[in-house]
Design a protein around this ligand. Structure first.
Ligand code: CAA
Length: 378
């Protein structure tokens, strides 16, 4: 067991830390205030190889390992959780399933678009009546000649109104339950594809969330991802990887909030001294530090296991559950330590607390993570 990052991982960490401090931190508050998709930042992240960074070089990616990819999401999310979400979704939920399940033709066509081509990717599983119970979607795909015809809609799709390539799940045989679900690669320009409602959310204001709608949407037969009926397994295995991205995002949010709490309590004076001199503050900061160290180990461990190609269901759910609950605890405490200031938009902890909440919900709620964990240990 080696707790040191490799030389390459340290270089990537340094590069992304400098990038986020210089390019992301200055615009985070404005991105949140105006609910603006950070298009320029995402273009720069494409240029420096972070979008699709774990895609092998032969398909246009940086060929980085999955721990490096998690470190990037962690570092980005320290400064801007919205940007972290866009990156984590693109990498973990769109590039990864195409890389892991695609034919050679699909990989050659779509992965260069998602790396060099500056096209953002998304993952469309959730429906209005199929959230935690993900297999109950009613979107259908009917084979007609050389095309599948998709009908239905998906909600809460991260990157929904900016993405150009979607991994979509639809029922090809409703009588077969989870074995009747298939996965497809869908482009936004396919006939019958449209974007529906844009969501207004509590947090992650820079992350574009939308409904997507299929009305007799024509998807070429060759865009079936994996085999017919294997879609649910693909969705679940993809979410195993995606959950590591959310753990990294939550970890980054917690780290950012702890740093804000340290900065504030060292300068804020009450009762004649900086509040960092009070033992209650010190103990709370110590608790944050312990949680963050533990969360980082769980997150990095899951990423390292996934990188070996081994199944990571239990470790990913464990890391995601721990880090998302940690992010909520740390950001809430950080707001408390700021007192009234923490409740205003003058301090970033207010945004961080709003951003943290979703990490306990998306890519499987904390309750679903407990279902997965208990199912794996019993
Ligand atoms: N890897 C591979 N296969 C898996 C798997 C995994 N991690 N988990 C389950 N499977 C397989 C099972 O082996 C089983 O296959 P067999 O029938 O061949 O044995 C099949 O899938 C069905 O498994 P279950 O019976 O366990 O399925 P279930 O219907 O009981 O559901 C669940 C299990 C864990 C509750 C699952 O539905 C789940 O994870 N729900 C949460 C969904 C979720 O995370 N949604 C997030 C949407 S995406 C998002 O949030 C991103 C965004 O853009 C906002």
């Amino acid at each position: 067991m080696d707790f040191e990052l490799s030389r390459e991982q340290k270089l990537i960490q340094k590069m992304i830390r400098e990038f986020t401090e210089n390019e992301i931190a200055p615009i985070t508050a404005e991105t949140d205030r105006t609910s603006t998709y950070p298009a320029e930042t995402i273009d720069k992240l494409f240029d420096c190889g972070v979008m699709g960074m774990a895609v092998p070089k032969e398909y246009g990616g940086a060929g980085a390992d999955l721990l490096s990819a998690a470190i990037c999401v962690e570092e980005i999310s320290k400064q801007c959780a919205s940007t972290g979400d866009i990156v984590a979704t693109h990498n973990g939920l769109c590039c990864a399933p195409i890389l892991e399940n695609g034919t050679e033709e699909q990989k050659k066509k779509y992965l260069p678009m998602l790396t060099q081509g500056h096209k953002v990717g998304a993952f469309a599983l959730t429906e209005s009546n199929a959230g935690s119970d993900a297999s109950k979607g009613t979107t259908t795909a009917r084979l007609e000649g050389d095309k599948y015809i998709l009908n239905g809609s998906k909600i809460f799709i991260t990157n929904g109104y900016v993405a150009e390539v979607f991994v979509v799940f639809a029922m090809t045989d409703p009588s077969k339950g989870t074995k009747g679900i298939s996965a497809f690669i869908v482009e936004k320009d396919f006939p019958g594809f449209s974007v529906g409602k844009h969501e207004e959310k509590l947090g992650l204001h820079g992350s574009p969330t939308a409904e997507i709608v299929f009305t007799d949407c024509e998807v070429p037969k060759e865009n079936l991802l994996g085999q017919e009926g294997k879609g649910f397994r693909i969705a679940m295995a993809t979410l195993d990887g995606g959950r590591i991205g959310i753990a990294a995002q939550a970890l980054g949010i917690a780290e950012g909030a702890m740093q804000e709490a340290i900065n504030f309590t060292k300068t804020r004076e009450q009762f004649g001294r900086p509040i960092a001199k009070f033992q209650n503050t010190q103990f709370e900061l110590a608790n944050m530090h312990v949680g963050i160290e533990a969360g980082r180990l769980l997150c990095y461990k899951a990423a390292a296991i996934k990188n070996t190609g081994a199944r990571v269901t239990l470790d990913a759910a464990t890391a995601k559950l721990f880090c998302s609950e940690l992010a909520m605890k740390v950001t809430t405490k950080a707001v408390q330590m700021h007192g009234g200031y923490g409740y205003t938009k003058d301090y970033p902890v207010e945004r961080m607390m709003r951003d943290a909440k979703i990490t306990e919900i998306y890519e499987g709620t904390s309750e679903i993570q407990r279902v997965v964990i208990s199912g794996n240990i019993l």
